[in-house]
Design a protein around this ligand. Structure first.
Ligand SMILES: Cc1cc2nc3c(=O)[nH]c(=O)nc-3n(C[C@H](O)[C@H](O)[C@H](O)COP(=O)(O)OP(=O)(O)OC[C@H]3O[C@@H](n4cnc5c(N)ncnc54)[C@H](O)[C@@H]3O)c2cc1C
Length: 429
């Protein structure tokens, strides 16, 4: 299988649906809204605005869904990145309930968009969360009860060690939450489908058009090396790839790299032994392991991250050692692909959305939960730009602390913190 030009070498780009390239921005354009970044955040914003009749231009530095949106695990999980019991403690029961409803709407929205725009992206149902330690097992059981009782969410149930062993073909886990309301999919094909839907709805998409500078206020302008867009509003949707474009946002997120491999296609009986119900799976470690089967029965296994500006020299080897801890029976399986991507986390792991100026909006920092959340953020951004602020403001009022040291010094302390937690994973505390 050959990777699609302009995308990193990955199983996803090798199995991408055919796509025509979008042009590079040259010269001057005018739009109601200029969106910077064509991942799920930018594409969903553009699509929802175009559906409301806005003239939208999207500028992407590389290719559409080239960033985290084309490289991730493809898990579309119900709930926020933080569990409901945490959210109740952090924000009180009313906001926690609202955030829960948003999360259900987010997963539903992904499914609706896929159906409405007939996006072919291996959509499947179900995620299992596996307990790696006794305290995690206890927590998963209690959280499942909370969701069933207080949130009347009946798609989740707790499963004990014996049942889990039968479902996932490994004795490493102590119990699980089994959630039939969540989904999983081929992330790049989902992103490409959103881009195609945008184009069909009249959005002007430009690739290889990195924004070098922008200005909000009364003469709102966005500049690339070869062109310029004058717009009524700007949306910043660059997430982990924001770089130096906007220092007021950069200090609120920490970009981290996470890595995935894809095995060769596995025989049907072996694939069934690894994941009997074809759900996506993730464990509860700080540096989580997550996996699922692809449309052609490869194991897509994510595990391992780093906090530097570089990826490991041999990503397949880096991730394979984590995969073999879960599935030693895959010792002889060929690893066909290994790749990485950059996501953005926030201090409290909740998304960071808001306005920098009255006509400059942003959304970022989904902390590993962006497939549903970034898609939903796009809907909220379209709502607020169209004049309905209420739901967007529930999210924009969620506090996001600046990382200690801001953009310059956030690395050393944080990296140490992240490494400390991953060490706890390793030594089983
Ligand atoms: C390995 C990995 C696994 C993950 N697994 C999951 C998962 O299973 N489930 C889940 O929910 N989430 C997961 N995530 C997180 C999820 O992928 C992201 O939260 C989500 O894709 C973010 O979408 P986005 O549009 O905000 O950002 P991105 O998809 O990163 O898009 C940002 C875009 O902005 C562009 N850009 C940046 N600067 C400029 C500029 N100056 N001018 C123009 N364009 C610019 C970039 O090129 C990029 O295309 C994972 C992430 C990674 C990396």
């Amino acid at each position: 299988m050959i990777s699609t030009p302009g995308y990193i070498d990955s199983y996803y780009s090798a199995s991408a649906n055919p796509l025509a390239p979008y042009p590079q921005l040259e010269g001057a354009r005018v739009a109601d809204v200029c969106v910077i970044g064509a991942g799920y955040t930018g594409l969903s914003t553009a699509l929802h605005l175009a559906e409301r009749g806005y003239k939208v231009t999207v500028l992407e530095a590389e290719r559409v869904a080239w960033g985290a949106s084309g490289r991730n695990g493809g898990h579309v999980g119900v709930g926020q990145r933080r569990c409901q019991s945490d959210l109740e403690e952090m924000f009180g029961i009313d906001i926690a309930r609202q955030l829960w409803q948003f999360s259900l709407e987010a997963v539903h929205l992904v499914e609706q968009l896929i159906n409405k725009y007939q996006i072919n992206c291996d959509l499947k149902r179900g995620i299992m969360h596996l307990a790696a330690k006794p305290s995690h097992d206890n927590y998963l059981r209690k959280e499942a009860e909370l969701l069933q009782e207080r949130y009347e969410y009946t798609d989740v149930r707790y499963a004990d060690e014996q049942e889990v062993g039968g479902l996932v073909g490994t004795g490493r886990y102590l119990g699980a939450q089994i959630d039939s309301g969540s989904l999983h999919l081929h992330p790049l094909n989902y992103g490409l489908g959103l881009a195609a839907a945008c184009a069909e709805a009249g959005v002007e998409l430009f690739e290889n058009s990195r924004v070098t500078r922008y200005q909000g206020g009364s003469s709102c302008t966005v500049e690339t090396a070869k062109g310029q867009v004058k717009a009524g509003n700007i949306v910043l949707a660059c997430n982990g790839y924001l770089g130096n474009l906007e220092s007021r946002l950069a200090g609120k997120i920490m970009p981290i790299n996470n890595f995935i491999l894809a095995t060769e296609p596995l025989s049907e009986p072996l694939a069934q032994k690894l994941i009997a119900n074809d759900y996506a799976v993730q464990d509860t470690l700080f540096v989580i392991n997550y996996w699922k089967l692809s449309g052609d029965n490869r194991l897509i296994f994510g595990g391992g991250e780093n906090y530097t500006t570089r990826f490991p020299a041999d990503i397949r080897k880096f991730v394979r050692k984590n995969m073999l801890k879960v599935y030693p029976q895959l010792e002889r399986a060929r690893i066909d692909y290994g790749w990485g991507g950059t996501l953005a986390i926030t201090m409290n792991r909740m998304p960071h959305m808001g306005r920098l100026e009255p006509n400059v909006y942003y959304s970022q920092g989904y902390s590993g939960h962006g497939v549903p959340t970034a898609t939903f953020a796009g809907k909220l951004l379209a709502e607020v730009i169209a004049g309905t602020e209420e739901r967007f403001d529930i999210m924009s009022k969620i506090p996001t602390e600046t990382f200690p040291g801001g953009t310059l010094l956030r690395w050393p302390g944080l990296v140490l913190g992240m490494l400390y937690h991953s060490l706890l994973d390793r030594f089983g505390h």
